[in-house]
Write a protein of this length. Sequence first.
Length: 300
Amino acid sequence: LSGCDSGFGQATARHLDIMGFRVFASVLDLQSPGAQELRRSCSPRLTLLQMDLTKTEDIQRVLQHIQAHTNSTGLWGLVNNAGFNDTIADAELSPLGKFRTCMEVNFFGSLELTKGLLPLLRSASGRIVTVSSPAGDMPFPCLAAYGASKAALSLLMDTFRSELQPWGIKVSLILPGYYKTGTTCDPAFWNLQKQQLLASLPQELLQAYGEDYVEEINQQFIQFMKVAVEDLSAVVNSITDGLLAANPAVRYYPGQGLGIMYFIHRYLPYFVRDLFLKGFFINPKLPRALRREHHNDVKK
């Protein structure tokens, strides 16, 4: 189970431990408050492992540990939960490095971990459950780096699902609504990211969009965060069902408002979907270079 420092991973690790399972829970930092909380609240069956999904040596060390402890039994389930995003901005304003980091954690890290554990999963005819995002299915404004990595992850897992069927492995995707997890709901964290983004932008781009444009996006996102759901049980229950149900769903949609969102996405014209996503999530103001007062200034 990856990404157990906080959020869905931490809650799921605790839930599976209470149910009596042997859980291997990976965390970014063995001394983090989340890791210490798991040590305190879980049974000795739970094993905490340090893993940064951007580091092959970390992934290999975890793979060796799990192989050594499950060789005779195989591994029943893998939960790919670790995810990363630290950018809320238009794709043009998001540095390339941010796209790469999202792909490294959300896609390549999960791919490497899954491939490494497949021999053990095949021997047990086990399960793979992966936490993706509706942002991988729809173009949420200002989430291109994160959304593109989750789109790649969702397609990868759909491919695994069809390819691993002959081995008896069942693969499920979890596409949660907006929940309160980790730093995702900390305004101070996002204000710092905004400052770093503004400092890194080329002058020409800053002129074209305007500093107030980036400020407004950040403010709207911080407002949106206030509606994040604190009770993670719907997601934990979906992950658990994916691991234990005789016939798990291919996709789970825990969270409010996702039914209407996917209905609009599938059946209504693109412009309706785009309007809905702007109304629901972030509706950026007009970039500075396109505003009437800017044109008037230029004429003067």
